[in-house]
Design a protein around this ligand. Structure first.
Ligand code: 5GP
Length: 116
């Protein structure tokens, strides 16, 4: 579902606010998380903000979800020997704060245990 104002990630995609970009193509962008919870903490974000969470993305565009996962795998292969966690927070009660679907790629020792 679209929102009326651009998400923070849409502003990053549009280069209206800065971010450290680690990968990008026509469908996704990957950036360093501004508040990393692990030695590797990258966000893989579809460029469309049509989908608020992973359930909506899976239902609406499974090919794009597969591309998000493949991008996460490539980044983890390059930076963490392919050993990583892939987290999609879904809903406020689960800690989601940005309602523009994104995958957290986490590798290395997590801060304070294992949850974001
Ligand atoms: P969520 O809590 O929605 O699963 O994850 C949102 C993530 O986006 C958080 O880990 C947060 O640190 C990150 N984040 C929020 N605003 C910015 C920003 O302006 N730049 C970057 N690089 N990350 C952000």
């Amino acid at each position: 579902m679209s929102t009326s104002t651009p998400s923070v990630f849409s502003k990053i995609i549009a280069r209206e606010i800065p971010a450290t970009v680690v990968a990008e193509d026509d469908r996704v962008i990957a950036i360093e998380d501004i508040a990393p919870q692990a030695p590797v903490h990258v966000l893989v974000i579809p460029k469309t903000e049509q989908y608020r969470d992973v359930g909506a993305l899976a239902a609406g565009d499974p090919d794009l979800l597969a591309h998000v996962v493949a991008t996460a795998q490539r980044i983890a292969d390059e930076r963490a020997g392919g050993q990583y966690r892939l987290v999609f927070n879904t809903g406020e009660a689960a800690g989601q704060t940005v309602f523009h679907v994104h995958a957290h790629v986490l590798a290395g020792e997590l801060h304070e245990g294992n949850l974001l």
